[in-house]
Ligand binder design. Structure first.
Ligand code: UDP
Length: 381
């Protein structure tokens, strides 16, 4: 039986705490915010009763059977398919780019093979191995779709030109030559009936776990524990000794309306002159509920300054050396494991953090945890 500290009560920390407590360890969870579940936090709006995704839309999807079985032990997952729409110059299009989008945008009625040939005629085939976001877009969809749907949105979301960003960000989205407008290509997708915070609370409500809310964990405390699982920002752990790593933060402007505001959970605004990137209408994340009123969040992005909540690691090529130095420092820590989106400075989805957290627990069981995970230090990878 060991005394273990978990820093951060998001999915990474909560799953590790749950698993190690189930093995009989004594786990202390330190969370600096007044609530658990990190940026997945959900809470009911007092006025309307609508379940709000306080830190922006989180839609659960995975192709990993272990993760899908795992999360369903902690809440019922309701059917939900994310079908995003995109507004470009006053018109609404289907997203992610699919046969409908292509036909809508170009005013055509192409079949799948015709659309493939059509886009191939627009693609820049001279780009053999796209490394940047822009090259990836020009190589696979051509300039017109890229400029309409991706260039402005990405500039707003990341605060820089897509020519400076890695191709991996665009590869998150499928490009389809059929009418499938499911935003994700995962095997399973759904929404927890009672929200993500409910799941995390249930994970942490186990014998052997003590949760400290509003509690900072200082590096000097690490010696009191056999192991520390740290899911905060990796640069902050080292007091930003190598300089701050770049993150984007989000702002949400909430509005209340009567009835139905936009008829869908998420609508993206791709034009550069519209200040927000997307509008989320939260009651549509829970289509099994019914509410008279509605709450929307207009979402916009900016550079994360100290004191802001970090959301997206930027991972620029020029940060590669800095990140490598942090990883070298992390490897020197004797009893600290860096986990999750902020701990490993990677753009991870919920299902990946859960899979990695389960993996950490397995490794602890196997050998008392000796190795750090394989960090991906190639920002363009
Ligand atoms: N993106 C875009 N236009 C869109 C949707 C996405 O340009 O309408 C780009 C943008 O750069 C974004 C990336 O694709 O950051 C990944 O999109 P995703 O929906 O995965 O972002 P998330 O929901 O994680 O913010």
């Amino acid at each position: 039986m060991n005394r273990i500290a978990v820093v951060g009560a998001g999915f990474s920390g909560a799953v590790i705490a749950h698993e190690l407590a189930a093995d009989g360890h004594e786990v202390e969870v330190f969370e600096s915010r007044p609530h658990v579940a990190g940026n997945c936090h959900t809470a009911r709006d007092e006025e309307s009763g609508i379940l709000l995704h306080q830190y922006g839309p989180h839609i659960f999807h995975t192709s990993n059977p272990r993760v899908w079985d795992y999360v369903r032990r902690f809440d019922e997952f309701m059917p939900f398919t994310n079908r995003v729409k995109a507004v470009v110059r006053g018109r609404v299009y289907s997203m992610p780019v699919n046969l409908h989008t292509i036909n809508q945008f170009f005013g055509l009625a192409l079949g799948p093979a015709e659309a493939r040939a059509f886009l191939a005629s627009k693609a820049d085939l001279s780009i053999a191995e796209p490394r940047t976001f822009e090259e990836q877009a020009l190589r696979f969809m051509g300039a017109e779709l890229y400029e309409a749907f991706f260039k402005g949105y990405t500039q707003k979301q990341w605060g820089m030109s897509p020519s400076e960003l890695p191709a991996s960000i665009l590869r998150r989205l499928p490009l389809r030559f059929n009418y499938d407008d499911n935003y994700y290509a995962s095997t399973w997708q759904g929404m927890p009936r009672h929200g993500y915070t409910h799941i995390v609370e249930r994970l942490l409500d186990a014998p052997g776990i003590r949760v400290h809310l509003g509690a900072r964990f200082e590096r000097a405390m690490a010696g009191d524990f056999a192991r520390v699982f740290y899911s905060g920002p990796i640069d902050a752990w080292f007091g930003n000794a190598e300089g701050s790593l770049g993150y984007r933060t989000l702002d949400f402007a909430a509005e209340r309306h009567a009835g139905d505001f936009q008829g869908n959970a998420v609508i993206n605004y791709c034009d550069p002159d519209v200040p927000w990137t997307r509008i989320a209408e939260h009651k549509h994340f829970a289509p099994w509920e019914s509410h008279e009123a509605t709450v929307i969040f207009r979402e916009s992005s900016r550079y994360c300054e100290s004191g802001d909540t970090p959301y997206y690691p930027i991972r620029l090529a020029k940060e590669k050396g800095q990140l490598a130095r942090y990883i070298a420092l992390a490897r020197e820590e004797k009893n600290v494991s860096f986990v999750g989106r902020l701990g490993t400075y990677r753009y991870l989805d919920m299902h990946v953090t859960i899979a990695e957290a389960l993996d950490w627990a397995d490794r602890w069981r196997a050998d008392g945890v000796t190795e750090l995970p394989a960090f991906n230090v190639d920002p363009l990878g």
